[in-house]
Design a protein around this ligand. Sequence first.
Ligand code: ASP
Ligand code: MG
Length: 409
Amino acid sequence: MALIVQKYGGTSVGSPDRIAAVAEKVAGMRAQGHNIVVVVSAMSGETDRLIKLAKSVSDVPPARELDVLLATGEQTTIALLAMALTRIGCPARSYTGHQVHILTDSAFGKARIQDIDARRVHGDLNQGRVVVVAGFQGVDEEGNITTLGRGGSDTTGVALAAALKADECQIYTDVDGVYTTDPRVVPKAHRLHRITFEEMLEMASLGSKVLQIRSVEFAGKYKVPLRVLSSFVEGPGTLITYEESDMEAPLISGIAFNRDEAKLTVRGVPDKPGIAAQILGEIGKANINVDIIVQNVGADGTTDFTFTVHRGEYQKAMGVLKQVAQALKAREVVGDDKIVKISVVGVGMRSHAGIASQMFKALADEGINIQMISTSEIKISVVVEEKYLELGVRALHSTFGLDRPDEAA
Ligand code: ASP
Ligand code: MG
């Protein structure tokens, strides 16, 4: 008998019918003899509706009150699901975050979970009940309701699974797993059976938005096996887990990409200590996150300095950079917001040489110019012109043997 935490996202509980379908699924699992804890999101669109409602009353709603409001979305769903379960003869009880003591810090809107008191949940499970817990919410030390940030129910699920020492945390969503890349870009992409936490973090932060990134970090830290599956289509989904020494790791697990990139270059800055710190210091002060950073080898006592930012912050970064450039007496500032980042990800590359050259050759064969390169232990990223995104991703997907063999697409 296993203890399983199942999390159902907003689409999965988006209507009374769907809630009834989730109840059937949960009751079926329980009938197999498992202990089940269910975490639910608000019904699809509900959180957005509540945010709009708040904005219609106040331009800048107080963060504390916004959290009180947003937490009602999940509170609605837990009650409805517990009702649906009871109706089909499956004993169930619903709890808000507060009621199961999901203790968080007081950062309203982006609170972090610090502790969970699992006793109440265990008590109900021992009584043979299914426990339904509201995702996305907690309570701080003063008893204020907090929320965990958009998509935060994933993190509630994982945190509960960790606290309960569950055998698995299953995230039910509208996709049937994690794919080698976005199937809309590469129709031959296929679902991965398993992927490591580290790889998933690289894939997720690069734009494969299946799970809230924090939930994957959490799962990795507490070694909670995490499974992503569809609530609509039967199947094993994708297991996200730690690397086993005897695991035959594929060289490359996936091709991730990010369309929201822009790059900025400041040319002819003095090649001396402190310049990079000064440039990025100002960018940081403006609260702009920097991704890839490249500095050229200096010549004639000056050098060029290039970095990428989120495309939405391009104009802002440009403004800051022009000011810094003036102060540094740099030659000029140039930028380009028609660039994208493509990355190959795989723990297998730790023990294999030659992945980079294979990647660059595949891009060269398609006539794609590489503008910037950055690497980590399990990832190689390149920045290329936006118009080459699809071509580049497809070429790499096929070069690294990820194309589904069965179908010509
Ligand atoms: N309801 C929240 C949101 O829409 C939390 C979640 O669904 O995970 O972001
Ligand atoms: Mg979600």
